[in-house]
Design a protein around this ligand. Structure first.
Ligand code: FAD
Length: 405
């Protein structure tokens, strides 16, 4: 009898952890496992703000998939998923197709510009290694050109960040570390540089504790960041952005050399376009993380939506929940293949830390509030813990942030 085929789409936090855990939970005779991803590397999305600002090289955020998974147990296919043909249990790829008995959709997120005029064309988004690399190179080019290009303007040194959620604030934290280095390198007076954050809410970091969020805002302001709160980006142009304060009719134009939009993400478009019923683009999964329409299909990470018991709002999309979902999925796959009952997913939030550059951060970890250096150290512990879970001590030593040796 042929073995069941398990196909995992996407090698982000959810897909990688699912692959690694499945090879531990199942034996070679239990199933054939295939992982499909568009790149031959896995990247740490939660480090991309650092690569985008240029405070770390983008190679620190990524690792070759074949160096992390057990290639004797997992067939890795580097290709782009085009669509899922549920009726025939097939995934159509750019360069072929693949059959499945069980499918795990872990295709992650896309940037959401909410239809704001010009944003797609004129703003960058921190989404992948490629987009982070482009942002770093663009900002560096603006600084490098300032003293050599006769047409350069002071506003070329202005950076607009759209959104003051986790990724926006973390990116600002990296920028305030990076800009002094760029100024030194390209002989630029730091006073000429503007970093402006535009946020529609009246405060930064909406889901965070207010005291911690205020700490983050005050720290960033002390480093020169200007916050325009209760203010919306109405349009992005090649010259900058047009913004409007809540309850005001007036549009203000801010000229800038760089606009980075961090104001929203949405689920990868493939599940909805493949005909899955979705809730704002995400598959609203059953207790054991399956599609309610097809119990051979699982969804984890940013393509899935899970509600806390009796709550109206779902858990926010995070790497933390994607990893825990992957662990649950691997256990349940073993149960299913043995004909046993599955276990419902129970999220165990461990807290969240937002970095504010290399040495500052804020966060809540196991109900304890942290700021400053202890929070920054905790952020590195969280980052390294993931590497440990994924690839053991070897991966921590190779890619980790805590300099233990
Ligand atoms: P992803 O990590 O997005 O992975 C999806 C994978 O699928 C990628 O490898 C992608 O290349 C691949 N893929 C996509 N489309 C295709 C296709 N068509 N064909 C083949 N492959 C494809 N979360 C936290 O918990 N803590 C944090 O501190 C935190 N900080 C963040 C900071 C930033 C700057 C950003 C942008 C996000 C942050 N997040 C954080 C959120 C977190 O990164 C996401 O929730 C997480 O990445 C979701 O994991 P995932 O496995 O669902 O998808």
């Amino acid at each position: 009898m042929s073995k069941p085929k398990i196909v995992i789409l996407g090698a982000g936090y959810g897909g990688m952890m699912a692959t690694v855990r499945l090879t531990k939970e199942l034996s070679i005779d239990d199933a054939d496992i295939t992982l499909v991803n568009k790149h031959n590397y896995h990247y740490q999305t939660t480090w991309l703000h650092e690569a985008a600002a240029g405070t770390i090289h983008h190679d620190r955020t990524r690792m070759l998939i074949k160096n992390v998974i057990n290639t004797k147990r997992v067939n890795f296919v580097q290709d782009s998923v085009k669509t899922i043909d549920r009726e025939n249990h097939k995934v159509l790829l750019k360069n072929g197709e693949i059959d499945y008995d069980y499918l795990v959709i872990a295709l992650g997120f896309e940037s959401n510009t909410f239809g704001i005029k010009g944003l797609e064309e004129n703003a960058f988004a921190i989404r992948s290694v490629n987009t982070a690399r482009k942002i770093r190179e663009h900002i560096e080019y603006k600084f490098a050109s300032y003293n050599s290009d006769p047409d350069a303007k002071d506003s070329d040194l202005t950076i607009i960040v759209g959104g003051a959620g986790l990724s926006g604030v973390e990116f600002l934290g990296e920028l305030v570390d990076r800009i002094p280095e760029l100024c030194k390198e390209y002989d630029i007076d730091p006073k000429k540089v503007r970093i402006v954050d535009v946020e529609g809410m009246p405060f930064v970091l909406p889901p965070f504790d207010r005291e911690l969020a205020n700490y983050a805002q005050e720290y960033l302001e002390s480093k020169g960041v200007e916050f325009k709160l209760s203010t919306f980006i109405k349009e992005a142009t090649s010259e900058g952005v047009k913004v409007q304060k809540k309850d005001s009719e007036e549009l203000e134009e801010i000229q800038a050399g760089t606009v980075v939009w961090t104001g929203g993400v949405k689920a990868n478009h493939i599940p909805a376009e493949s005909g899955f019923e979705t809730n704002r683009g995400k598959i609203q999964v059953t207790g054991d993380l399956r599609s309610p329409e097809d119990d051979h299909v699982f969804a984890i990470g940013d393509v899935a939506v899970v509600f806390p018991p009796n709550a109206e709002r779902p858990y926010p999309p995070t790497a933390q929940i994607a990893i825990q979902e992957a662990e649950n999925l691997a256990k349940n796959m073993k149960h299913i293949l043995k004909g046993e009952a599955t276990e419902d997913f129970v999220y165990k939030p461990k807290g969240t830390v937002a970095s504010l550059g290399e040495k500052e951060a804020i966060g809540v970890v196991f109900d304890h509030k942290l700021t400053g250096k202890p929070a920054a150290a905790m952020k590195k512990v969280i980052d390294d813990r993931y590497l440990l879970m994924l690839g053991g001590v070897g991966l921590v030593l190779k890619k980790g942030k805590l300099k233990l040796l």
